[in-house]
Design a protein around this ligand. Structure first.
Ligand code: ZN
Ligand code: ZN
Length: 269
């Protein structure tokens, strides 16, 4: 297949018809995969020149600790990455995360917590030290972070809590990973200062323990409240496009549309 204006125009049409850059990028990759590698390079160059560099964040998931918590690494094409909720408790879990980052040639620039329950913060101090990072959390989550070691004792999982400088995340603002913006959405209810990180161009949200595939976060822990959680899901997640991928703190990825249709706790239809 040769590369001509028709190919590019068709590609542009796909761009125009979609509200989401991720979908565009996906279409682009699909198309590219049908070209030879030489054509692919040319095509990418032309598209970048005509429409700007597509935003692309990759998402890598690890599942750590006995609570099977999902730790996420988001990274861009420049190799900058962001570690979200490093729940790595055991040595081999920390090595797995470190090996991935090193083998992929990534440089962590951000350390974020969606919230500070025990299972999401085990590896905060370790990650902060290894990559010289400061922890970012919502201010209302500070008390939860402070309580985490006590909680660890209760569960017979002692650990060293992060004790460095805290940078507070504010709802309605964004935080940057290179040129990519993550929108901070305030989603309390499972814990008082839960936040979700929404990447609009990528069509995904890192949701913490707010909404799961077929379930929602528990609300019986300190600072939890069902009505608040329900409201957070309705106003902060169900207002996102249906095709938005939700990467949850536990269990498999889901989408906003799927949960609106099927989630027994919060479904709309
Ligand atoms: Zn939690
Ligand atoms: Zn959790």
């Amino acid at each position: 297949m040769s590369l001509d204006e028709t190919s590019v125009a068709t590609l542009r049409l796909t761009f125009s018809n979609s509200n989401h850059q991720f979908c565009c990028e996906f279409q682009l990759s699909e198309t590219i995969s049908r070209f030879t590698s030489h054509d692919s390079r040319q095509l990418r160059k032309i598209v970048v020149l005509k429409y700007g560099k597509p935003s692309m964040l990759s998402v890598k998931t690890f599942t750590f600790n006995p609570v099977q918590e999902n730790t996420y690494v988001l990274y861009n094409e420049a190799g900058q990455c962001c570690i979200i909720d490093p729940g790595c408790y055991f040595q081999q879990e920390r090595e797995a995360l470190k090996n991935f980052i090193e083998e992929t040639g990534l440089q962590p620039t951000l350390l974020l917590n969606t919230h500070c329950h025990l299972d999401h913060v085990f590896g905060n101090k370790w990650a902060a030290k290894v990559w010289d990072l400061k922890l970012h959390i919502h201010e209302k989550e500070k008390a939860v972070l402070d309580f985490a070691p006590q909680s660890g004792e209760m569960w017979q999982m002692p650990f060293e809590n992060y004790d460095g400088e805290l940078i507070y995340l504010k709802e309605g603002t964004t935080i940057n990973l290179g040129n990519d913006e993550l929108e901070i959405r305030f989603t309390p209810g499972h814990s008082p200062g839960s936040v979700c990180f929404y990447h609009e161009p990528g069509g995904f949200v890192i949701g913490g323990d707010v909404l799961f595939n077929g379930s929602i976060g528990r609300t019986d822990l300190p600072g939890g409240d069902f009505k608040t959680l329900f409201n957070s899901i309705q106003t902060q997640l169900f207002t996102l496009p249906d095709e938005t991928k939700v990467y949850s703190g536990h269990g498999p990825m889901t989408t906003v549309g799927f949960e609106k249709m099927n989630n027994p706790f919060v479904k709309l239809y």
